[in-house]
Design a protein around this ligand. Structure first.
Ligand code: SF4
Length: 317
C-alpha cells in the first residue's frame, strides 16, 4: 500500500525498512570510458552527455577507490553519524572495464567495513553473464545487496536512436532478463522530457518498466550542458524544453501508470551546477519535488492508480 501522505514509494523509507536504519550511498568514480564514446558502439556519446559521464557529483577519479570510499564515508559519519553504506559505482559505464579490473574494484568495495550493498551503474549493452556470475559469487560470499542501475532514458527506440544512445529497447530487455535470472535488483534511469517523446511515451515508459518487474526508478529532467551535441541543436532552436508545469504533469502520469511496488529513488535530478544552458528550469530540484508532491495531493492521485493493464486486462471471467 502506498502511504496517502507521500503518494509514491520513497527510497529513503524503503532503505530504512530494508536495513533497519538509514543507509548512505558512497559515490565512486573510476577512470573509464563508455563504448558509446570511444568508437566501439559509437562516437561522441549520447547527445546530452558531458565529458564527465554523469559523474559530476563524484570525487576525482585520480583518487583510489579506497580513498574515495573513505573520504565520502568520513563525510557522512561526521555529518549524520552514518553507520551503514552502499558503494555506488556512478560515473561512466562501470561494467565496461575489463573483467579483471572490474573484479578488483568490486572486491575493494566489498572488503570495506560497514558496507551493506553495492550499486553499479552501466549501459544495457554492457551487461554480460561473466560479470553477473562474478557479482553473484560476491553476493553469496559477502551477503551484500547488489543492484544494477541501467541508463535507458526512454523506451521509445526511435528517440533512443535520435539521442545517439547506441542501443535500443532490445538490449535493455536482454539486460533485464539476465540480471533478473540472478535475482539482483534493477534501477532504471528515465528522462521524461526528451525532445522527441510525447505524453504517450511517458505512459509507455511506466508500463514497460512495470511489465518487466523493475525495482527502482530514477527520474531526471533533461539538462543541456554546454559543448554537447544537444546544446548545438538547442542553440539552433531545433527543439524547446517543455514548460515545468508540463514536466510535472508527465511525472504524475508516469507515477500513476507505474507499479505501486516500484521504489522511486529520485523524482527529479539535481542537475550539473556549471556549464549549463538549461537545468531544471532554473529552479531548485527540491522545489520541483515539492511541486510534484503537491500536484499528486491536489489531484488526489498516487503511484499505481492506473496500473491496471497487466495479466489479461481484457478478460472478463
Ligand atoms: S552511456 Fe552514459 S557515459 Fe556513455 S555517452 Fe551515454 S550518458 Fe555518456
Amino acid at each position: 500500500m502506498i502511504e496517502k501522505s507521500t503518494r509514491y514509494r520513497q527510497y529513503s523509507d524503503h532503505l530504512v525498512k530494508k536495513f533497519g536504519q538509514k543507509v548512505y550511498k558512497l559515490p565512486v568514480n573510476l577512470p573509464g570510458s563508455c563504448p558509446n564514446r570511444d568508437g566501439i558502439v559509437g562516437r561522441g556519446g549520447c547527445i546530452f552527455c558531458d565529458e564527465e559521464g554523469a559523474g559530476f557529483e563524484c570525487l576525482p577519479n585520480t583518487l583510489s577507490i579506497t580513498q574515495q570510499i573513505q573520504e565520502n564515508k568520513d563525510f557522512f559519519i561526521r555529518r549524520f553519524n552514518a553507520k551503514k553504506f552502499i558503494v555506488y559505482f556512478q560515473a561512466f559505464t562501470n561494467t565496461y572495464l575489463p573483467l579483471p579490473q572490474f573484479k578488483e574494484n568490486i572486491l575493494a568495495a566489498a572488503a570495506e567495513e560497514d558496507i551493506v550493498g553495492i550499486s553499479i551503474s552501466t549501459r544495457p549493452d554492457c551487461i554480460n553473464d561473466s560479470y553477473l556470475d562474478f557479482l553473484q559469487e560476491i553476493k553469496l560470499q559477502r551477503g551484500l545487496d547488489i543492484n544494477i542501475e541501467l541508463g535507458l532514458q526512454t523506451v521509445n527506440y526511435h528517440t533512443l536512436t535520435k539521442v545517439n544512445r547506441g542501443h535500443t529497447l532490445a538490449e535493455f530487455i536482454d539486460a533485464v532478463q539476465r540480471i533478473k535470472q540472478r535475482n539482483f535488483e534493477i534501477c532504471v534511469h528515465i528522462i521524461l522530457n526528451l525532445p522527441w517523446d510525447n505524453p504517450l511515451d511517458v505512459i509507455e515508459n511506466a508500463k514497460i518498466l512495470t511489465a518487466l518487474g523493475i525495482h527502482y526508478v530514477k527520474l531526471h529532467s533533461l539538462y543541456v550542458v554546454k559543448g554537447t551535441a544537444l546544446a548545438s541543436i538547442y542553440e539552433r532552436g531545433e527543439f524547446k524544453i517543455i514548460p515545468l508545469e508540463e514536466y510535472i504533469t508527465r511525472v504524475v502520469t508516469f507515477l500513476e501508470y507505474l507499479d505501486p511496488e516500484v521504489v522511486i529513488q529520485r523524482l527529479v535530478g539535481k542537475g550539473p551546477q556549471d556549464n549549463q544552458l538549461f537545468s531544471n528550469w532554473s529552479t531548485s530540484w527540491w522545489k520541483i519535488k515539492q511541486a510534484i508532491e503537491h500536484t499528486l495531493a491536489e489531484k488526489d492521485t498516487w503511484q499505481g492508480k492506473k496500473c491496471d493493464y497487466l495479466n489479461g486486462k481484457a478478460l472478463k471471467f
